[in-house]
Every structure is written in structure tokens, then in C-alpha cells.
Write a protein that binds this ligand. Sequence first.
Ligand SMILES: [Zn+2]
Length: 200
Amino acid sequence: MSRAVCEKCQFSATTCLCDDLVKVENSLSIIILQHPSELKVTKNTAKLLPLCTEHCTLVQGQSSSDFTILNTLPQATTALLYPDPDAILIDKVSEQSQIFSQQLTHLIVIDGTWKKAFKILQLTPLLTTFKKISFATIPPNRYRIRKAPRPDSLSTLEAVAHSLMLIEQLDPTPLYQVLDALNDKQTQFMPEHVKTRYLK
Ligand SMILES: [Zn+2]
């Protein structure tokens, strides 16, 4: 059974976020590689990104043949956001991270659980040729509805917002406000005792 969804934001009529959407003016191009299993996740936040950021492309798939877009990205100035031991920590003030951040033109983000993201990486060899970036410190998780696969992991929207702040010194507030609006709308019909458990 399918519920009616808003054509623009893809959320249901009761959680439609169109009135809350504000576009941030990022210059970095964002490429989201979305695992198909995320399509079924009603609380997925990645689908909001093309609506509230500039130059954002969302591609669904699982392997190289789906992600041919990667062939078009400039090697030297594209980064993959992925927590890897050899990732450049963009929130750590060092000459290496600063110079690299300033030159970035494209950011690739994988949308899926860590397990699915790892699988996409295995099946897409070209992905491993890009420099990886990550955070030394992860900001507090604002999106509480979707149980995160790891306590310190962020929703895709939060990860992009935090990256844009660190790379472009962009104010991520509008993106966090969209997330708060989503939080409010998805908890509006919850009984009080369930809601307090979520909003703790
Ligand atoms: Zn809508």
C-alpha cells in the first residue's frame, strides 16, 4: 500500500516540508550515491538535499555501472566523505587539510547504512581513487527519529551541512532548520510518551 506523497519533497502530505525549504548558496558540487534500500526509508534525509542546496545530484545504485557520473569528476579536486583511517580530517586545523579544503570542487557522499556504504565502496573501484575526508569530531546528532546505525553517525543531511560549514565556511543553520521541521512533523502525531523517548 502506498501513501500519497508530495511531488516536490517526496514526503507524505502530513510531513510535507515544502514550506520549510530554504536553499543554501554553496558553490561545492554535491554528488549523493544512494543505496536503493534507502528508497524504502521514509525518514531518509538525503532526498531533501537537492531541494535545499545548489549543484546537488542524487544518483541511485550499488556499483560502478550505476555511478558512471564518477568518471566525469576531476580527480584532484573531488573528495569522498568517508570515515577511513587515511581520511583527511577537515575539522582539524592543519596546512594539509586547509589547502585541500580550499581547492575542493566536488564532494561525494554515500547515502546508506555503514554496511551498505562499505559495500558500495567495494563494488565501485573508482570511488577508492578519490581522496577521502572525514571529521575528527562529530557534531551532536540533531535528527533523532531515525535510529542511527552507530551512535556517533549522522544523517546524510547533517553530514553535508557540517561539510559545507567546514569547507566553505557556509552557515548550515537553514539545513538544520529543515531537519528540525522534519523532526517536528514526524513526531506530531506520536503519543506523548513515545515522543519524549525520541526527543530526549
Ligand atoms: Zn512537499
